[in-house]
Structure formats: structure tokens, C-alpha cells
Design a binder for this molecule. Structure first.
Ligand code: COA
Length: 132
């Protein structure tokens, strides 16, 4: 996970953050080919809502429908838990992720100004939600 995280994300989570996210109120799912980890999601669940904390596909496997499968896996897991709403945040410049979320039925619910680091600059987060 640490290697995939560093390869896929602009601001990768640390090993400690990843380890912590495998316990407690978090739940996760992963995609494998034999022994090779291709991608994963990490979400939390609080009362009747879930927030997607992390989703990534290994760079060499992106663009082949795996991100969509992983996202649907998270949404199915939310429905099984009878949660009412799914939430996520995404960098305003992340066109691939924005297109994926829109096509999966997420709608923009707000904007957090300067939420993410982008090198020396800051970048807004788009907050999106989907009723389940
Ligand atoms: C975002 C991410 C999870 C998408 O996974 P993926 O496997 O590459 O995406 P898929 O092949 O399943 O494509 C699903 C949809 O995403 C959109 N998409 C994917 N790549 C895209 C690109 N390069 N440009 C624009 N849209 C793109 C399309 O809408 C696509 O649907 P379509 O194939 O029917 O047109 C993946 O690119 C990733 O891990 N990125 C780095 C980490 C990241 O940004 N995570 C999201 C943080 S919020």
C-alpha cells in the first residue's frame, strides 16, 4: 500500500496513516491480480454517512475501468451497511477523478477554499455527495 500510495498520489499518506486507516471506524476494499495489489479505497462510516478518504489505482493500471469498479464496491458496501449518504472530496484540478465521480452520480455539494497543498500553492477541494 505504501508503494502504491506514493506512486499514485500527489500528497501520499504515510505508512502510519495507512496502518491506522485499517482499523476502527474505517473500512476498505482492494483489488488484486494474484499477489499484486492494483488499488484500494479507504472510507469511514459515521452514523448513516460514509466519506471516501482515499481511492487509488496503480498508475500502470489506470484507465482500464478499475477505479470505477472500486468506487462501486465502496457504494455497495455502504448500501449493505444501510448508510444514507456517500461523501467525498477531490482536488479541483483532478479531472479524471471528477469525471468518474460525476458519472457515478455524485453531485457537487460545496467547495473548500485552499484545502489541499499543491507544491508551494494551495488548491480548492470540491465536496461531492450522493444519496444511497
Ligand atoms: C482517479 C482514479 C481512482 C480513477 O481510476 P481509473 O481506474 O484510472 O479510472 P477508470 O478507468 O475506472 O475510469 C472511470 C472514469 O473515470 C474518468 N477518467 C478516468 N481517467 C480519466 C482521464 N485521464 N481523464 C478524464 N477522465 C478520466 C472517466 O469518466 C472514466 O469513465 P469512462 O472510461 O467511461 O470514460 C485513478 O486515476 C487514480 O488512482 N488516480 C490517482 C489517485 C487519485 O487521484 N485519487 C482520487 C483522489 S479524490
Amino acid at each position: 500500500m505504501v508503494m502504491l500510495e506514493q506512486a499514485a498520489h500527489l500528497e501520499p499518506w504515510s505508512r502510519a496513516q495507512l496502518a491506522e486507516s485499517l482499523h476502527g471506524r474505517y473500512f476498505s476494499g482492494s483489488l488484486w491480480q494474484q499477489e499484486q495489489l492494483l488499488g484500494y479505497f479507504i472510507a469511514d462510516a459515521v452514523i448513516d454517512e460514509s466519506t471516501l478518504m482515499n481511492i487509488c489505482i496503480a498508475p500502470s493500471w489506470q484507465g482500464r475501468g478499475l477505479g470505477r469498479r472500486l468506487l462501486e464496491h465502496w457504494l455497495d458496501a455502504c448500501r449493505q451497511r444501510r448508510l444514507a449518504t456517500a461523501w467525498l472530496e477531490v482536488r479541483a484540478s483532478n479531472q479524471a477523478a471528477l469525471a468518474l465521480y460525476r458519472s457515478a452520480g455524485f453531485a457537487k455539494a460545496g467547495r473548500r477554499k485552499d484545502y489541499y497543498r499543491a507544491g508551494e500553492e494551495r488548491e480548492d477541494a470540491i465536496v461531492m455527495q450522493k444519496p444511497l
